[in-house]
Ligand binder design. Sequence first.
Ligand code: TYD
Ligand code: MG
Length: 453
Amino acid sequence: MAKVKTTFYCQNCGTQYSKWQGQCTACKEWNTIAEEVLQTPEKSGWKTPDSTSVKRVAKPLLINEIDASQDARIDVVDKEFNRVLGGGLVPGSLTLLGGEPGIGKSTLLLQMALRLPYKTLYVSGEESQKQIKMRAERINPVASNCYILTETKTQNIFKQIEDLQPDVVVVDSIQTLHSDYIESSAGSISQIKECTTELIKFAKETATPVILVGHITKDGHIAGPKILEHMVDTVLQFEGDRNHVFRILRANKNRFGSTNELGIYEMQGAGLREVSNPSEILISRKDDELSGNAVAATLEGMRPLMIEVQALVSTAVYGTPQRSATGFNAKRLNMLLAVLEKRAGFRLGAKDVFLNITGGITVDDPAIDLGVVAAILSSNEDEALPKDYCFAAEVGLSGEIRPVQRVEQRILEAEKLGFSTIFVSKYNKISLKKTTIKIQMISKIEDLVGFIV
Ligand code: TYD
Ligand code: MG
């Protein structure tokens, strides 16, 4: 019997070693190097059906002569997903979707598979056909062109693919796949590499788009070698707070589109609903005006988003006042409080200050500073802000109101949602003509105090 060949891989970064060692020299992680059985694959799992044909030799082509028009994108019947992909699935592309467990990766892809008007094969190594059927019934009980296969061996999957000839393939998840050509267990570095290589070969040769689900590690990276992200064409991340209803789909890498776009979904009893106007959900618009609430215009990717900021300022019960922020940087909150104290004369030093961005989202856009300050002032004075006011500006250390990027987009969003006044920096250049919303330009934090207190 031939000697079993083994090698050592860092389970964190995928670096290969000839012998075991305690620390990976490449990524400096400890105890991540593990032995894996290796067998050089003689042939890949995906065999070109027409194997007698002579292998084509690539020739250089003038860029003007290359015909890119055949790359008609596949519409995934989901506006948000389409936008993040850059206008639909590209034939022959490999897309990797990562995200925490339970966030809704399987739901998103099954929903897409059920809606697609093309023959779709949904391969699952995680759930049984029955479980998937139950999920599908919650989402979309109408019969469709979606086939379900529960299989983890790539060779068997390719055999089924050859018989079925699907137009789109979904694999849930890459960590459950294993190839016969490698002996190590599913989910190991060498298996992930091999299975992805086989899938890439299949996708490119048949121009079939393949979407893979990838698990993530506890620090938020896609499990497996970093090289996985280099191999695929698009890396998408599905994220959101599991206790809240919103889910955000964003592209971390996209060979066929921008990585600035994002898609927003709401998890409901019957699957994920596309949220085409997120501002409407994030702003509660109660009838009675409450103190400590302010609306700020932020940008998520390329899209403007109106969010509600809530502040509670109260006399500190204990000696040291508490400062706590949810969805906003606590250091930045302390800075804004110091600016208010020094530049506008508010004695907040002995007060507890709590800040919350509603909807469970986290914002790191400095343009919400002014909204945060307004909410704090409103709570401190116990005076409600007019509920059709909103804010979009950064606050500097000397109390100056600083301009923000793409202010016009923010103003238009506020106008669309029926706000009467938006506070922006005097130094923002605005060339909008004829707006129904009043653009209130201010230059110092004292100006704001004059308006709202
Ligand atoms: P799932 O797609 O299994 O997550 P992942 O594949 O990323 O691990 O999502 C599971 C969660 O979604 C689960 O907590 C239940 C919830 N869910 C709904 O709220 N509504 C639905 O219609 C479905 C199918 C799932
Ligand atoms: Mg899943």
